[in-house]
Design a protein around this ligand. Structure first.
Ligand code: FES
Ligand code: FE2
Length: 373
């Protein structure tokens, strides 16, 4: 497993609704310590969380009028661009090395995205989660969050290979009849779709409750979309055997993974029901809450302990775990990891050739990263 990160990419930092006014929110993203806050104009700013004076975390300071972050230790102040704007001591002189890094930030699909690279940020490559937008027609459940003690690739592998569902989520989102399935992997540019349909099977608990609630046999559609570096969209549901998807019910789920460090991952998730609602007497708010709880239960109490245990084994026994056995079910994860490895390799090569060129020419030219064809 390659353990470096792709830098020139957007990463999900926090659900928009969870970044409160006057809050200094610390986040570690691909190894950088960052503090996020709402500007007075309602936008979001992100600067380094490390005060350049004695390295106090800036999120332990105060957000003052005028979008000024005041260090809580000796009172240096910083603006949204990372420039030090005030030194309350002595002559008030601001040393030139006092400025800190700022990051480009964008709010889209109800999420705050942050650009971690040194190349120009490209808003067009934020993955499409427009079903989360206001007015999309989808009734979105709780926007939720977990912190997982494992490398983000292990969490992505877990979502890309749902053959674990009948074992780890038996009765909830899998069952004995959903073990066998044809897996079909499609690639479009750097986006991958892993299809895992099942036919004429007893529906697992969650799909049964979403659809007919009678336990009768169904066909199941299941597609996991992956966009680099680690953003997934799960589209799944049940419909009458041999029938049409339009006669079924399902869930559309966003799974946004953000590498914090090599060994920890921020996991944002949210979902909406899709398709027909067959039970007209059902309280929709109650159902939404039940769905959010069922999903959180599966991720927090079933996936998380397994992925963390797996991560621990890999940490403790690096030699014994250096070469995983690959099964047919790994086709999706293998494809996505190859794409990501290639993007990271290209980024590293581009950086190396840039520093060489800069050394030669004493100037830096940044070329945009090209997509894999
Ligand atoms: S550590 Fe921030 S002002 Fe001293
Ligand atoms: Fe799972």
């Amino acid at each position: 497993m390659t353990t470096t990160f792709l830098r020139n990419a957007w990463y999900a930092a926090v659900w928009s609704e969870q970044l409160k006014e006057e809050e200094l929110l610390p986040r570690t993203i691909v190894g950088d310590a960052i503090v996020l806050f709402r500007r007075e104009d309602g936008g979001v700013a992100a600067i380094s969380d490390i005060c350049p004076h004695k390295f106090a975390p800036l999120h332990k300071g105060r957000l003052l009028p005028g979008d000024r972050v005041q260090c809580g230790y000796h009172g240096l102040e910083f603006g949204p661009s990372g420039n030090c704007t005030h030194n309350p001591h002595g002559s008030g002189r601001i040393p030139p090395t006092c400025n800190i890094k700022s990051y480009e930030v964008m709010e889209r699909h109800s999420m705050v995205w942050i650009w971690m690279g040194d190349q120009p940020a490209d808003a067009a490559i934020i993955p499409d989660y427009s079903f989360l937008d206001e007015g999309s027609g989808y009734d979105i459940g709780r926007r939720d969050f977990l912190r997982i003690e494992a490398n983000y690739r292990l969490v992505a592998d877990n979502l890309l290979d749902l053959s674990h569902s009948p074992f780890l989520h038996d009765g909830v989102i899998g069952g004995p009849e959903t073990i066998k399935a044809d897996i079909n992997v499609e690639q479009d540019g750097t986006t991958v779709r892993v299809h895992r349909p099942k036919y004429n099977v007893r529906p697992p608990g969650l799909l049964n409750r979403l659809f007919r609630k009678d336990g009768e046999r169904v066909d199941i559609w299941s597609t996991q979309r992956w966009s680099p570096p680690c953003y997934l969209l799960n589209d799944t549901g049940a419909y009458p055997p041999g029938g049409e998807r339009s006669d079924g019910s399902g869930v559309l789920g966003a799974h946004l993974l953000t590498p914090e460090t090599e060994h920890t991952t921020l996991y944002h998730f949210a979902a909406a029901r899709q398709g027909l609602i067959l039970d007209r007497n059902e309280d929709q708010e109650e159902f939404k809450e039940w769905l959010a709880e069922a999903r959180r239960h599966a991720f927090q109490n079933q996936d998380e302990p397994m992925v963390e245990a797996q991560s621990e084994m890999m940490r403790r026994y690096p030699e014994a775990t250096a070469r995983p056995v690959l099964l047919e079910v790994d086709a999706g994860p293998v494809r996505c990891n190859r794409i990501l490895d290639d993007l990271i390799r290209r980024e590293g090569a581009s950086r190396a050739s840039l520093s060489q060129k800069a050394a030669d020419e004493k100037r830096v030219v940044v070329e945009p990263l090209r997509e894999i064809k």
